[in-house]
Design a protein around this ligand. Structure first.
Ligand SMILES: *Cc1c(COP(=O)(O)O)cnc(C)c1O
Length: 342
């Protein structure tokens, strides 16, 4: 049974649920980990995470399928990505099997918080890890905490997926050879000013260019970008500083093997977009799956995609329907994509 909530009117905010998972790293190893009802973290005032932002995270969702099962979508890829993030920030990786087990435990212990099928709402899962002991001279922490909490989130699109208007940012997200490819809190801290600036100017999001040449499309603050070209095929920007979105990687497989589209991953120039090389554009990530982009503005110069500002383009819609169908159990998933929570 689900909690008695107005699921379809839920927003994207934090709601405290019943249980979360905690494991501590000390003297070179992770403890056995446990569920707890305590939603507060107590750490030193000088904890490495507070002074030097040594913090990484993941984001995924649990869904209730049409036949009432509770499932997560490709959590193994989140576990692997978090290991990559940990290595880049000199943190001890949390083992993959333990990550999967922790996510299963927290979802299972909060199963009443999994929104019912058809409500459009889902259970957002947030694994994260931070350096917890006192560090004042700059160096990695020696003690860490790994935690997983869940919070129900409402439908991303209320009343249909209206295309959004985005701007080309004057700020950079990720330096060449920097940390753009790992899911670290620091990438978000420095994007907040750019985000608030864009919102104040009436844009939903920023598109960041490659900082080296400022000619190539990278991604937005929290989502990868996909384009659909004039032939209805998929083009994905390629760069070492783009965060490897699991949604985007899954959409590439769906496009190719389920929908029979050609998928190309290559450098995408902003000038190509302006010349009209693409008919549709979307932002992909766990939260929205795909959020259609209708218009890109670069210093007052506007480009409106052929799909327009009223609705999602036809190819984007097909990709969206197919991937959400797989996640909700309406369409058969490729081997290993769906993990059932017992
Ligand atoms: C998390 C994230 C994404 C989306 O990744 P998913 O695995 O699809 O949720 C895209 N870009 C950035 C910068 C991110 O942090």
């Amino acid at each position: 049974m689900s909690k008695d909530m107005d699921w379809s009117n839920l927003g994207f905010g934090y709601i405290r649920t019943d249980q979360r998972y905690v494991s501590n790293y000390k003297d070179g190893s992770w403890d056995e980990g446990t569920l707890t009802s305590d939603d507060c973290v107590t750490i030193s005032e000088c904890a490495c995470v507070l002074q030097y932002a040594q913090s990484i995270f993941e984001g995924l969702k649990a869904y209730q399928t049409e036949d009432g099962r509770i499932v997560t979508f490709r959590p193994d890829l989140n576990a692997e990505r978090m290991i990559d993030s940990a290595k880049r920030l000199e943190m001890p990786p949390f083992p993959k099997e333990r990550f999967l087990d922790a996510v299963d435990q927290v979802v299972s212990a909060n199963r009443e918080w999994v929104p019912p099928f058809g409500s459009g709402a889902t259970l957002y899962i947030r694994p994260y890890m931070f350096g917890s002991n006192a560090v004042i001279g700059v160096k990695p922490a020696e003690e860490y905490q790994f935690r997983v909490f869940v919070t129900p989130v409402g439908p991303y699109f209320k009343g249909g997926a209206k295309p959004i208007s985005v701007k080309i940012s004057d700020f950079d997200r990720a330096a060449p050879h920097g940390t753009g490819h790992v899911k670290a809190g620091l990438n978000y801290a420095m994007s907040l000013h750019a985000l608030v600036t864009a919102h104040n100017e009436g844009f939903a999001e920023n598109i960041y260019l490659d900082p080296g040449t400022r000619t190539k499309i990278e991604e937005t603050g929290g989502a990868n970008i996909i384009f659909i070209d004039g032939d209805g095929n998929v083009v994905i920007p390629k760069s070492d500083s783009i965060l490897p979105s699991i949604t985007r990687r899954s959409l590439m497989v769906v496009a190719e093997s389920v929908l029979g589209l050609k998928v190309t991953q290559r450098e995408v120039l902003l000038s190509e977009v302006k010349f009209g090389a693409f008919k549709e554009c979307g932002l992909c990530g766990t939260a929205a799956v795909i959020s259609p982009v209708g218009k890109i503005t670069d210093h007052g110069e506007e480009f409106v995609f052929a799909a327009g500002m009223e609705e999602m383009g036809p190819v984007t819609k097909k990709l969206y329907d197919t991937l959400t169908g797989i996640q909700m159990g309406r369409i058969e998933a490729p081997e290993g994509w769906i993990r059932e929570i017992k």
